[in-house]
Design a protein around this ligand. Structure first.
Ligand code: ZN
Ligand code: ZN
Ligand code: ZN
Length: 286
């Protein structure tokens, strides 16, 4: 026996419903706010316009903005008050416009610079391969203006250690604490257990054999007769000898070497946004 629920789950009926959904139009108007966006991506300093979303599809929107005089701008970010009380944002560029009772009516597509700023890849810092610096695709003033309007929300993604001189990304190594060179020789010590003698391993080498220079015991066996111990580092750059090394940064941009504790610590900041998904909106309004 086929119940109603089973019928609803059939692929044919699902496909029919899907078509109906993508063809469907907005059944009621929704309030929106529209900020004009300049060619460089920054929000226009003038107050945003109020208006209504009239229709929406996967490609674009139809909306009205209220104003006393005709509206000339062509690039906007719109914030639509969705029925679930969340304001969602979309970047658009105007394709056609006409005068209406309270102002201007627009047809617009989801593209242009306002749409780009909202794209996820433009809201996260990336590593500039020339300068080895983290940066966002647009200038900071763009994000600041969108954040001030409440469209973007600043979010700390990570903390990174950078060159204290130029803020580029360094590599790190353990290096000579005198000249910061990583060109080092590391001696290995042998500790002979029975006589407690400790000396560089080279002092024990007699051809193929290991012989203790102090007590003259031959054929020493590792683990049973002796242990290896870390010896001193000798810097090939400056001749400095030391038991310990210092964690050292090397900037990939300006080539400065610095002690790791002197690195500039910086927050990597990105921006979150509630983006307007046309098809999701149509299903909410149902
Ligand atoms: Zn050195
Ligand atoms: Zn010995
Ligand atoms: Zn640097």
């Amino acid at each position: 026996m086929t119940t109603l629920n089973q019928a609803a789950a059939s692929p044919i009926i699902d496909a029919a419903r899907h078509n109906e959904r993508t063809e469907r139009r907005l059944t009621r108007v929704l309030p929106l706010v529209a900020w004009s966006v300049r060619a460089d991506g920054q929000l226009d300093e003038s107050a945003p316009y109020g208006g209504f979303l009239k229709d929406i599809s996967a490609d674009g929107v139809e909306f009205e903005l209220h104003s006393e005089s005709p509206i000339a701008q062509s690039t906007f970010v719109i914030g639509v008050e969705c029925p679930d009380s969340v304001t969602r944002y979309a970047g658009i560029s105007v394709r056609h416009r006409s005068e209406c009772a309270n102002g201007t009516r627009f047809g617009a597509a989801f593209d242009g610079i306002a749409n780009s700023v909202l794209e996820e890849r433009c809201r996260k810092p990336f590593l500039d391969e020339k300068l080895f610096q983290y940066r966002l695709p647009f200038p900071p003033t763009v994000y600041e203006s969108w954040e001030a309007a409440g469209i973007l929300k600043r979010s700390v993604l990570d903390r990174v250690m950078l060159c204290p001189r130029c803020r580029s990304v360094p590599t790190f190594r353990f290096a000579c604490r005198n000249c910061r060179s990583g060109r080092l020789d590391h001696s290995l010590l042998i500790h002979h257990f029975p006589c407690a003698f400790v000396a560089p391993s080279t002092d024990f080498e007699r051809g193929e054999d290991l012989v203790c220079p102090k007590c003259l015991t031959k054929k020493l066996v590792a683990g049973t007769d002796f242990e290896f111990m870390p010896g001193e580092f000798t810097c090939r750059g400056c001749g400095w000898k030391d038991q310990d090394l210092e964690q050292t940064g090397h900037c990939l941009n300006c080539e400065t070497r610095f002690a790791a504790h002197q690195a500039a610590e910086e927050e990597l900041v990105g921006y979150d946004a509630q983006r307007l998904d046309p098809l999701a909106l149509l299903s909410i309004v149902e």
